[in-house]
Design a protein around this ligand. Sequence first.
Ligand code: CP
Length: 345
Amino acid sequence: MELKHFIDTQDFSKEELLDLIELIRMIKKADKQGATPQLLEDVSMAMLFEEPSTRTRISFEVGITELGGHALYLKPGEIHLGVRESLADTAKVVSRYVDVIMARTLRHETMLGLVKHATVPVINGLTDYNHPTQVVCDVLTMIEHAPTGKKLEDFKVTFVGDATNVLSSLMLICTRLGMNFTQAAPKRYQAPAHWLEWARENCKTSGGSVRVTDDPVEAVKNADFIYTDLWWWVGQEAEIPQRKAAFMPDYQVNMDLLKKAPAHCKFMHCLPASRGVEATDEVMDSPQSVIYDQAENRLHTEKGLLVWLVYPRLKRATKEQKMVHASQIQDFLESRFSEVVHRNL
Ligand code: CP
C-alpha cells in the first residue's frame, strides 16, 4: 500500500481534494445521525505538538475516538523531537508504535523531516509555512454557506490581512480548486512572490484566479467570503506596534468593511482571534459570521482525513487467522500458567 501523507494541498489534484471533501461530508452526515462508522477501530495516533492548540488538538483526538481509535497527546517538550536524538530516529520509532502521526511543528523543515523518515502517514497540523487541514475545513464550510446553486469555481474569496501560514494554504487550495482568490494587505504584508507563482500555476490548470491588492474596500466588493487571521503570532510581539499601525484601521474587518461586500457575504476566521484587532466583535458575532460552523468542521475534516489516509492501510485478519492465533496463545498460557488461566475462565 502506497504511503500517503497530508502535508500540503499542492501534493493533491483538484479531483483528489474534492474526493476527500465528499468523504468528509458523508462522515459529517453520519455523525449528525449518531451513525459514525467505526472505521478506525484500534487505530493509534501520535499527536506531536511543538506549539499549543485548541481546535487542532481537540478535533483530532475526539475525531479518532469517534472512529474507534485513540490518540496520544504529546505536548510541547514531552518527547525528543530533534532534541537528544535525531528526528529520523524519533520518526522511525514512533512509526513502529502507531498507525498515523499528526504533528504541529514550528518549522516546516521539521515536518518534512518527519515525513522523510516516518513509515506511517504524517498529517500536518500547522507549520510556519502552511495549515492544510484548516483550509480543507474552510472549503467545506464555504460549500455549506455559499449562495444556493453557486458553483465552487465561481466562489470569490477575499482574505484581508497578513501573509500568514493560513493565507498561503487558503490561496493555494482555492486556486487549486478553480476558485477566485484575493488578498488585501499593506504591501509589506502581501503574499511573497513564490506563493503567488504557485497560485498562478494552479490557476492555469484549474481556471481560477488570484490577485493581491492594498485596497480592502475594492477587494471585498464582490466577495462571497471574507476571511481574516491574526495580525501577529507568538514570537512577533516586538512587531506589534508597527503591525497595528500598518493594518489599522483600513484592514480591520468591521461592519463598515463588511457592508461594502454583497449582503450574502460570509465572514470566516480560523481562530484563535484577537477580537477588536483584526475583526470586531460586531462582525464575529454577526449573522454573517460562520466562525463556529468553521471550527466545528475541523472535527469532521479530521475524521475524513484520518479515514482517507489510514483506512486503506489497515490489516484485516480473517476469522480463521484470529482463531489460530488465539488458540496458539491460549495453549501457551495454559501450558505455563494453567492455574491462573483456569481461575480466569
Ligand atoms: N485554527 C487552529 O488551528 O486553531 P488551534 O491553534 O487552536 O489548533
